[in-house]
Design a protein around this ligand. Structure first.
Ligand SMILES: C[S@@+](CC[C@H](N)C(=O)[O-])C[C@H]1O[C@@H](n2cnc3c(N)ncnc32)[C@H](O)[C@@H]1O
Length: 269
């Protein structure tokens, strides 16, 4: 049994800081799993194509939720991927899905078969055995707060966060952590709603495309969440990224400009 008392050796429970916002419970796990299995999943796949990592990298996905982006990155040839989230139920779902299971299949392989991801130990992530394994063997799931990630400086070649930074009371603090855990020359990428995201704009966008049902509901709900949090413009995200040492910034606007993907390279020391 792990430190957290959870009988799941592949989910490492780190010290998640108190007051990390509205961390989701089990009901939200169902909601985000449904979203990632629907239209939102296509957005995450498009994000991965935009970032376009070369194969063989050590990648971190923070706020991974049910872990779709982590799985897409593994399919894309990442050496290994750590999915990190502040919510243990999310990580348990992510781990089960990476094993090819779903809600009912939560039994996981022994820790010895997993990438040796350990909180606060970037070096331990080096695992030739893991690198040679199949997709699920190359995934690790680590509980942690994006504002104080449990990894050492430069532990990853790339770090990303989709739909997380805008939720924080201080998005810069989360972005600074993504930059810190990436080695100089590594990639940092993130996706957030933009300053033009709103409930009316999202509703109109869905109506124009004839999108109905859960996809419409979840996108408008997302707009509602965005209205309650940060909606930074492209210029504001770029300024933040540049101030934190990211260079060669690229961006992609999606959904009529309501979604912003930004990618940059950590400056060499
Ligand atoms: C809106 S969901 C996005 C999930 C996924 N990245 C996606 O785009 O589908 C936000 C995720 O971030 C996690 N989260 C929220 N606050 C966090 C924090 N301070 N540190 C780490 N994860 C956090 C939540 O548990 C949730 O899984």
């Amino acid at each position: 049994m792990s430190q957290s008392g959870v009988a799941n050796p592949r989910v490492e429970m780190a010290a998640v800081g108190r007051g990390s916002g509205d961390l989701p419970g089990p009901a939200d796990v169902e909601y985000f799993s449904a979203a990632q299995a629907a239209n939102w999943g296509e957005t995450l796949r498009a994000f991965a194509r935009f970032v376009a990592l070369p194969p063989g990298l050590r990648v971190l996905d923070v706020g991974t939720g049910p872990g779709l982006l982590a799985r897409v990155l593994l399919e894309g040839g990442a050496r290994w991927v750590v999915g990190c989230d502040g919510s243990l139920p999310m990580l348990q779902r992510a781990a089960a899905l990476a094993q090819g299971g779903g809600r009912q299949k939560g039994e996981l392989s022994p820790a010895a078969e997993a990438p040796t991801a350990r909180p606060a130990s970037g070096q331990a992530l080096e695992s030739p055995e893991a690198a040679a394994g199949g997709a699920s063997e190359r995934a690790g799931w680590v509980a942690g707060d994006v504002r104080q990630l449990p990894f050492s400086d430069g532990a990853f070649d790339a770090a990303m966060a989709t739909n997380l930074l805008f939720l924080l009371s201080n998005p810069a603090a989360g972005l600074a952590e993504l930059v810190r855990v990436v080695a100089p020359g590594g990639t940092v990428a993130f996706l957030n709603p933009s300053d033009v995201m709103s409930v009316p704009a999202a509703s109109a966008f869905m109506d124009e495309r004839g999108v109905t049902g859960f996809d419409r509901f979840s996108f408008v709900n997302y707009a509602r969440l965005a209205e309650e949090h940060y909606r930074l413009s492209l210029g504001e995200w770029q300024a933040l990224a540049a101030a934190l040492g990211l260079r060669d910034l690229r961006h992609q606007a999606r959904a009529g400009g309501m979604l912003l993907c930004v990618c940059g390279t950590r400056a060499q020391a």
